[in-house]
Design a protein around this ligand. Sequence first.
Ligand SMILES: Cc1ncc(COP(=O)(O)O)c(C=O)c1O
Length: 444
Amino acid sequence: MTHVFHRQLSSEMPVAAKGDGVYIVDTEGKRYLDASGGAAVSCLGHSHPEVAKAIKDQVDAIAFAHSGFFTNEAMEALADMLVDAAPAGLDYVYFVSGGSEAVEAALKLARQYFIEIGEPRRRHLIARRQSYHGNTLGALSAGGNVLRRAPFEPLLVPGVKHIAPCYAYREQAPGESEEDYGQRAADELEAAIIEAGPETVAAFIAEPVVGATMGAVPPVAGYLKRIREICDRHGVLLIFDEVMCGMGRTGTLFACEQEGVAPDLLTIAKGLGAGYQPIGALLASERIYRIIREGSGFFQHGHTYMGHPVACAAALAVQRTIRDEGLLARVREMGEMLERALIGRFGNHHHVGDIRGRGLFRAIELVADRATKAPFDPVLKLHARIKTEAMARGLICYPMGGTIDGASGDHVLLAPPFIVSEQEIDLIAERLGGAVDAAIAGAE
Ligand SMILES: Cc1ncc(COP(=O)(O)O)c(C=O)c1O
């Protein structure tokens, strides 16, 4: 009997009792290898002593001081650290409590920026199909996740247009080079801007490496560069949502570094605090900040817990650990190992069509038929079966359905902690292999 309004009302869940490195241990003593960090959150695993100490020290010093009255040392130090590492020009950080709040802040700051520069007609947002930007109404309006949007369509913000994602496995035409495909996909943005009327478009938002909705899908070479050029040509702000793919997950602190492209606004969360505290942030360009500072002098937005000292102290300890222990290099090294392990287990699997991703952000896409790329019947809910089979085997992974168009397609996302070992990588591939085979056998 529970009085908790759980996320899933129909299934019994184990009770998490303890963290132990890459493992979560339940109250029965069963150990689960956390190969997805929940949802790409727990990048340092579950019991990092220095992060725990930083949290305790901050609570002992001061737990909360409202950001309307005070700044705090942890927040200032964390902002300095992020700006030092961020792509050039992203010089200011607005701290919130999670990814959806960071996206809401980005959308509102983009809108306020255009009001302050005397372009109040700019109100439209362009985003991509098969994307996710959060569950609050503004962020949900931006996202292209059909299932998550469907019940709330009448409440969503009007004026959001969705263009195609960059999804080479399914959308690159036979004989078309990667480069040509990237330009073609990006050119959809220009067509959408022109159709809406460039003077009415405020921003374009995209995940540089798509997360949960499609499963670790990186852009093809040149795609984001072309997107940047198109935005510049039409005075449209570029927002990168790195809530899932940022903070080292793909092997560089910011995923967009690998594309050589910097946005005007960039959202982060998840790996920022590694789950030790809820925290997200919006990085803004110097120009946007300056326009607001020299204009109204006030961003018309805010939340009670923004810049929370304990959340900032935790995130600071997480980010210092990643820097001081050289964990980004480790993400690249272990990421290649994970890719090899996945290719070893699934490279010839009849029902795995694509193995993709970057760093420790990887996915497999399941297909009924490799030659035609036909997906499994969505009625089978293969992704849900894989999750159940994986949990039974002591493996936490992140399977999802609707990979292709919101209805059909299944994938499994993996995002293990950066401290994962070689043996644990092998165990992930082995247990996932068992779970996938059992789920498919159960569905046939
Ligand atoms: C790319 C992206 N943006 C935004 C969000 C929303 O973040 P949160 O769940 O912390 O509100 C998520 C969460 O999965 C995400 O993956």
